[in-house]
Design a protein around this ligand. Sequence first.
Ligand code: FAD
Length: 379
Amino acid sequence: MDTDVLIGGGGIVGCSLAYFLAREGTDTLVIDRFDLNTQASGTNAGSLHVQMMSFFAMEGDWERYARLEAKLPLYLAGGRMWRELERELGFEVEVKSGGGLMVAETDDQLRFLEKKVAGERRLGLTSGVVTGAELKNLAPYLSDAVIGADFCPDEGKVNPLIATPAIARAAANADAVFRRGTALLGLTREKQGFAATTSGGPIRCRRVANAAGPDMGAVAAMVGLAYPTESLVLHMNATEPAAPFLPHLVQHANERLTLKQVANGNLLVGGGWPAVVDPATGQPSVVRTSVEGNLWVAQHLVPEMAHLRLIRTWAGVMEFSDVVNPIYGEAPEVPGFFNAQASAGYTAGPFCAHVLADVMGGRNEDGDAVRIALAQNAD
Ligand SMILES: Cc1cc2nc3c(=O)[nH]c(=O)nc-3n(C[C@H](O)[C@H](O)[C@H](O)COP(=O)(O)OP(=O)(O)OC[C@H]3O[C@@H](n4cnc5c(N)ncnc54)[C@H](O)[C@@H]3O)c2cc1C
């Protein structure tokens, strides 16, 4: 055997899993077809989401809304884990828990937020609707068009450009091995484990962890598994830095928006506006309508942004599924093959990896890790 665990994918999930496995002495090798943290994990907005997001409500898809809502305890646990990880790593990765506001501009939107809060509280969140003077005191930067907000004190932000590399470094210090520029091309089951074909030569391993993000379906297909996977190509903007004035993560009840001010003063504006994959290069690429629409919503809610210049836009691809099981954990049909993708964003990536490391370490033999985590966190 070249390694015990071969992890395919070096984003937040693969790097965190490597860290948790290696620190307990498990022989771990991470391969990534590009460099570490270059795909969704290195292009994301760094919002630590905890409250229920509004996009399925906007689309009127209440079935998917309910499925996503059931995952909220994962995000709560995800936020907590980031705070613990920053302490444990002994390295500042800009984790801040200033709280998050999802704002409403109409009575209908406010009623939706009240319903949303009731669901969140049932799942253990401490969110609540704020209006009037209370809201003005909390967020004086918001436009007068805002009549109320769902305030969730557990929300916040992290800097993904330093956080994933910090976790990868901690994993390497614990003897995890990383091979960049090495694509997993095929997997053959053997008596004792797997023979992996990679662009860097063959690798034999006892177990495989699939942390390939949007390509998790392609990796699962290498051992004959068919999983429903969805990819979203998303847009992001950054403004020039401003003096600190916006401590919260801001979202909208009926518009696509995430807005926050990061440690060095830049405002990051995202929230799910679409981008495209350029057919010529295969790389994600921005579209002008998303730049305009996304910035319009942000500036409409936070008028102080009007004088700030946009300095950068970019796009990234993420995996998304509102189904956790049976995708997460050891595949019953293929013992030794573990799916590390719980589609729970950058926020819950380390938490999901931590639970999976427990499963792989034999401390949680049920194998249905996220179901257990959900149950524990709902208590
Ligand atoms: C623009 C944007 C904004 C976002 N904003 C937020 C946010 O604010 N908050 C939040 O919680 N989430 C956010 N997300 C989602 C979040 O970024 C992802 O859910 C998370 O980073 C997924 O991590 P991952 O490690 O599973 O995947 P990735 O980071 O995509 O990593 C997968 C890795 O697998 C590698 N790989 C794939 N196939 C192979 C193969 N065959 N062989 C070897 N390597 C392979 C890839 O090269 C890649 O490095 C955002 C996503 C995007 C795109």
